[in-house]
Design a binder for this molecule. Sequence first.
Ligand SMILES: [Zn+2]
Ligand SMILES: [Zn+2]
Length: 151
Amino acid sequence: MLPDDVRRLAEGLIADHLPGGGWTFAFDRAVRRAGACHHADRRITVSRHLAERAEEDEVRQVLLHEVAHALAGHRAGHGPRWRAACARVGHSGGRLHERPIAEDRARWVGTCPAGHEHRRFRRPERALSCGVCSRRFDRGALITWRRADPV
Ligand SMILES: [Zn+2]
Ligand SMILES: [Zn+2]
């Protein structure tokens, strides 16, 4: 989805389900989770990485998961209060979306001669050397790429 569309979707859901609560939306840079609910700041965030790659349905479910956290309160965790809030807002997916989305979809795994692992969404077109082994391009630290196992 385009960032503007994600923002519109998020602000619409906040207006529908959290009216007058002072909640706002922002992007974050997480790669290990799809979204987050920051109770102290009254802010719901979605990973930019997720937003770029996901369809509207998926982004909507991530947002609803966080909206349900906002409704249920910080202490509810993923317990009964949160599940009741999920039912109210129409969140279907349980905790499915807490998997590390960006890494799940990183389809290429590269390994340098020293064994450092690197992940990319696409196979790099140019030869890359390992940034852990050497800060500059180094023929001795070339990364070899293979397709990641499906998850
Ligand atoms: Zn959660
Ligand atoms: Zn290395």
